[in-house]
Design a protein around this ligand. Sequence first.
Ligand SMILES: Cc1ncc(COP(=O)(O)O)c(C=O)c1O
Length: 448
Amino acid sequence: MTTPPITEATTSMTVQAMTGEEMVRLSRAHTLYEWSAQSKVDPIPVAGAKGCWFWTPEGKRYLDFNSQLMCMNIGHGHERVIRAIQDQAAALAYANPFMATEVRAKLGQRLAGIAPGDIDVFFFTNGGAEANENAIKLARQYTGRHKILARYRSYHGGTAGAISLTGDPRRWAAEPGISGVVHFLDPWRGIGRGWQDVSAALQDLEDVIRFEGPQTIAGLILEPVTGTNGILVPPDGYLQGVRDLCTRHGIMLIADEVMSGFGRTGEWFAVNHWNVVPDLLTMAKGLTSAYVPLGAVGMRRGIADHFADKVYYGGLTYNSHPLGCAAALATLDVYEDEDLIANARRRGALMSKLLEDLETRHPHVGETRSIGLFGIVELVKDRRSMEPLAPYNGTSEPMQKLGRFFRENGLYTFVRWNTFFTNPPLTITEDELRQGFDIIDRGLSSIA
Ligand SMILES: Cc1ncc(COP(=O)(O)O)c(C=O)c1O
């Protein structure tokens, strides 16, 4: 099966039938925007994208400093992935989850070679929340226990179980959530108080485990490097300590690498920085670089073996969707052939310097944190009080002003509470990185 060549129209600025204004008007009139009061949303109309850039129908260009939703790790419009999707659609667009397909077979095998330790069996889903839903099911069915421990500073997805696991304010409207979820604190105590000592944090966690009853706890889920809730890179020893506690008490450690996986931190998976092997590892976003929705939960051999003669009670119509599997395989080729994991480390080293530079130049910058190309700037009223420039779950005039500045000046990133993110595609060049930081620098001066 041959596929027509990828034309200019597929990869560069396409002629749009609709104006940006019409896109926005109709999208707002007839579609519901997530996590928002609808009168407040002000979407950017997107007509096309390539590399680290996207643009409106009228040709206003934005440097994508958030890889859309921390997911387009290989950048926009990569021809290799587009072609793989086209070829797969022409050959076999869908086969139900009880079938075997070449792309499913290859992807399982390929991920087994990339995932840490003896994680070598995968259950494919539509995205990250469903990966976490199935991770909970696997942990519960495997252990025969019910409770799941999760942290307050976390996001695990918008479905019933995943939003119950979530610690941030997106959970509140979903309560009461699913039963058996117990939240605990992570060692980060906020911009003013900093990091708790590792041994104290582990002691606190062990207390929670003891008080809940270890024999009742099926799993403990965490983002190894917390994403939306602050790019929190744990101190050395913390993840290893959590791993030991879980092992000691027969609790399944679930690493949610939906955001931190696939090179974002400069390793295939964030847990690799600390040589920790979780029992279950969830992924999505960078798995296909968001070209097609696909998530997965990977499990260690022992868990997979448990289901050899026991039914796994879980399923999805689009489990192992061939388009998703084909997109993932091509995306993995791109990571490897273009050396993108190492590029995230190289560019990450520069980004860390550029972030430090912001700390020295701008009094509102309370702290910056990054690992690989996963970065955040946390703004404060002043460095003496370290009072956040916007409250928890809130905003403020200076933060809104900064957001407007970025948008007007062609920098796209997430501005959330008193923070904004620096999470560009792993393909970003040094020049593009500097361009982005130049806009950030000017933006911070504008609110000084
Ligand atoms: C750490 C983490 N887990 C889970 C999810 C949910 O993934 P999805 O939106 O694909 O369901 C997200 C999404 O941002 C995430 O960042």
